[in-house]
Design a protein around this ligand. Sequence first.
Ligand code: MN
Length: 209
Amino acid sequence: MQVSSIQRRLLTESYRPKQLGYPYGALEPHIDAETMEIHYKQHYLKYVESLNHLLKGRKRQDLEDILVNIQRLPDAIRKDVNFNGGGVDNHNIFFKNIKPGGPERPPEKLYSLIRDKFGGLTKFKTAFRDLALEIQGSGWCWLAQKDGKIDLITTENQTSPRTRGWIPLLGCDLWEHAHYLQFKNDKKSYLESFFKCVNWDDVRNRLVD
Ligand code: MN
């Protein structure tokens, strides 16, 4: 994969982009290479760049901790860190919780939680899709965990579930940039494709036992 100038520049910053981990075209035919390349290089890297700019000169803290404790940030930067920091963390999760040829079902512990809460994997996918389709404007749909329980939530724009006390487990990007090139306004097909790529092992790894 060719390294762009923005990628090279970000290598020396406090908050560095994660590698995609697979080629842009690896999720085809479910999610096409052009969408993935633009999503990663134009959108994700821009959030990383903006976050570094916002936090320049401050003591480095883990991004997850910053988001969990977002209320502690000065008023002057809180809103922009919520957006760009959320943008970085959400995409770190998104690009990892999909992968080519991911396992068809979640590992046992997560599978049981999903079955108990939603009545099975198929019903879970339908509930996730229906909630995702309710999002107005730009946002995210999540399977998330709080107080040991799992549930479906949405967040607007780039707000991270962590800022509301939720641990994000599985996240789907419902911004138009995530699907418009390939699916236009057919978000239902995008969500079906998304579920063909879910990396359930990665989702399980975020679950706190
Ligand atoms: Mn995105």
